[in-house]
Design a protein around this ligand. Structure first.
Ligand code: SF4
Length: 459
C-alpha cells in the first residue's frame, strides 16, 4: 500500500507536455535548458523598447548538475540556440552541430532596436555545488553593461519540463475521470468497465480542450518522429560526439543478427532498434522524450517491434496513451529526473511505459497492463545515473536496449500469470522508486561523480 502523503490533486499532465520533440542528448540538460532560454528569449522580446535599447548582452548561468555535467550534454549550445530564438521542436540539428563546432563564433540577435552579439561564452558554467532550489537551476539575465536589466531563475525539473521562480501551473480544464494513483485509475477501468484508452482520451480532451482528431494527429506525429529516428540510426554509422569516441552499433547489430537462432534474432532486432534511437539522441538529433531524452530509445524500439508484428495503427495510437498514463503516475508520485532519482526514474520509467504499451497494443486488460508496467519498473529500482564523462552514451545507450528487452519480458510475465495473484502493485513500486530516489546518494544523480563515471578511465 502506498504511504499516505498530501494530495497534489488529480493528474493534469497532457500528451504534448509529456512527449516533447527536441534535440538530444538529455531532456533535463539539453531540451529543458533550450526550452528555458527560448522562454527567456520570448519574455525579453516583449519588454518595452526603452528598456531594450539599453541592453548590451545576455548571460546564462548554469548551476548544480547543469554545471557539473552540462558540457557533455550540450547544455551550452542548446542554451545559446534558445537565446537566439530557436524553438526546441523546430531547431535543425545542423544548427546545434554548427554551434558546437564553432565555439568562438558570434551570432547576432535582433532584439528591438538594437542587435546583441552572443556566443557560447555567454553561457557560464557556474557553481556545481551549493544550496539550490533544484539540482538543475539556471539564471538568465539581460544585461546593460554590468547592470542587470531583467533576470529570471529557472529550473529544468526533468523530462524537459521547466519551471521558474514563482511558477504557477497553467490553468487547465478538469479531467473527466480524476485520478492520482493507479488504484484510482483501476476503479474506473474495472468497476465501471471504462476502456483505458477511452478514459485517457476523454481526460486529455477535457483537460486540454483539444478534439479527438487533434489528439490522434499528435500521436501520429510523435510516432513518425520515433520511427524516422530508428530508421536513421539503423543505417548511420559514426563515432559519437565527445571524448569517449564510442562507435555506434545499431547498424552493425542489424547486419549481424542472422545465425543467432529465433530468440537471438528477435532480441538483436529489438536491441538494435533501441540502440538506433539512443545513438541518434547521442548525436544531438531530434528525439521524443519518453519519458526523457536519455531514455528516448525505449519506446521507439517497442513501437518498431509492434509494427513488425503488424499491430493495427489505431491500437498503436491507444498504446501510446497507456504508456503515457504510466509516465504520468511516475511523474506525479515520484520523479522522471535522473538528477533527482537516478536512472530508475528515466530508463526504469521508460521500460515500464514500454511494458504497458505492449500489453495495451496486444489487447490485454487493465490489470495486465498495470502488472506489466509494475514488473518492468520493479526491476530497475535503485538504478543509478552515472554517465561517463557527462555524456549520455555510457551507460545510457545500452540501457535503452535493455529497457526495451525488459519491457517485453515484463509483458510476457504479466500476460501469462494470473493477474489477481501478483503480489506487488504498481502504486507500491512507484512509491518504492520515490523512496529510493530520496535516499540515493547524490553522487549517483547525474553528477558524474560516482559509479561508472569515476570507475572507467578514458585514455
Ligand atoms: S544514466 Fe540513465 S538517467 Fe543518467 S543520463 Fe543516462 S539514461 Fe539518463
Amino acid at each position: 500500500m502506498t504511504p499516505d502523503r498530501q494530495s497534489k490533486g488529480p493528474i493534469l499532465t497532457l500528451l504534448s507536455e509529456f512527449y516533447k520533440m527536441g534535440p538530444g542528448p538529455s531532456s533535463s540538460h539539453t531540451m529543458g535548458p533550450m526550452r528555458i532560454t527560448y522562454d527567456f528569449y520570448q519574455r525579453i522580446s516583449r519588454l518595452p523598447a526603452e528598456q531594450l535599447i539599453r541592453a548590451t548582452g545576455l548571460k546564462v548561468h548554469l548551476f548544480g548538475s547543469l554545471s557539473a555535467t552540462g558540457l557533455g550534454h550540450g547544455t551550452d549550445r542548446a542554451s545559446l540556440a534558445g537565446l537566439l530564438g530557436k524553438s526546441p521542436a523546430e531547431c535543425p540539428p545542423q544548427f546545434l552541430d554548427d554551434l558546437a563546432a564553432n565555439p568562438d563564433r558570434k551570432y547576432q540577435l535582433n532584439l528591438g532596436p538594437e542587435s546583441l552579439s552572443l556566443s557560447l561564452k555567454d553561457v557560464i558554467f557556474d557553481a556545481a555545488e551549493g544550496e539550490f532550489h533544484h539540482p538543475n537551476t539556471m539564471v538568465c539575465r539581460l544585461m546593460s553593461g554590468t547592470d542587470v536589466l531583467y533576470e529570471l531563475e529557472y529550473y529544468s525539473v526533468g523530462g524537459g519540463f521547466i519551471e521558474w521562480k514563482g511558477y504557477q501551473a497553467p490553468e487547465k480544464g478538469q479531467p473527466k475521470y480524476p485520478y492520482e494513483y493507479a488504484r484510482e485509475l483501476k476503479k474506473y477501468l474495472i468497476d465501471d468497465k471504462i476502456p483505458l484508452a477511452r478514459l485517457l482520451l476523454e481526460n486529455e480532451m477535457s483537460i486540454s480542450g483539444n478534439s479527438e482528431k487533434t489528439v490522434w494527429d499528435f500521436i501520429d506525429q510523435i510516432a513518425e518522429v520515433m520511427i524516422r529516428g530508428v530508421d536513421t540510426g539503423l543505417y548511420v554509422e559514426s563515432i559519437l560526439p565527445g571524448p569517449i569516441c564510442l562507435r555506434s552499433k545499431a547498424a552493425g547489430m542489424m547486419r549481424m543478427q542472422s545465425g543467432k537462432g529465433a530468440a537471438g534474432m528477435a532480441l538483436t532486432t529489438l536491441a538494435s532498434y533501441g540502440f538506433a534511437m539512443a545513438e541518434e539522441n547521442a548525436r544531438g538529433h531530434i528525439v521524443v522524450t519518453a519519458p526523457t531524452a536519455g531514455s528516448a530509445g525505449i519506446i521507439p524500439a517497442v513501437l518498431r517491434s509492434l509494427r513488425d508484428i503488424n499491430i493495427p495503427a489505431q491500437k498503436i495510437r491507444e498504446s501510446f496513451l497507456a504508456a503515457a498514463a504510466i509516465g504520468y503516475l511516475c511523474k506525479h508520485n515520484a520523479t522522471l529526473s535522473g538528477a533527482e532519482g537516478g536512472c530508475q526514474a528515466e530508463v526504469g520509467v521508460g521500460s515500464s511505459m514500454g511494458a504497458a504499451m505492449i500489453a495495451q497494443a496486444r489487447g490485454e486488460g487493465p490489470k495486465v497492463v498495470a502488472n506489466a508496467a509494475e514488473s518492468a519498473l520493479e526491476h530497475h529500482l535503485g538504478m543509478t545515473c552515472d554517465p561517463v564523462a557527462g555524456y549520455v552514451q555510457i551507460p545510457c545507450i545500452e540501457r535503452c536496449a535493455y529497457g526495451a528487452v525488459k519491457a517485453w519480458t515484463a509483458y510476457c510475465i504479466a500476460s501469462q500469470e494470473n493477474p489477481m495473484e501478483r503480489r506487488v502493485d504498481l502504486d507500491t513500486t512507484i512509491a518504492a522508486m520515490a523512496l529510493t530516489a530520496r535516499e540515493m546518494n547524490s553522487k549517483y544523480k547525474e553528477t558524474s561523480e560516482g559509479g561508472l563515471a569515476v570507475s572507467l578511465v578514458l585514455c
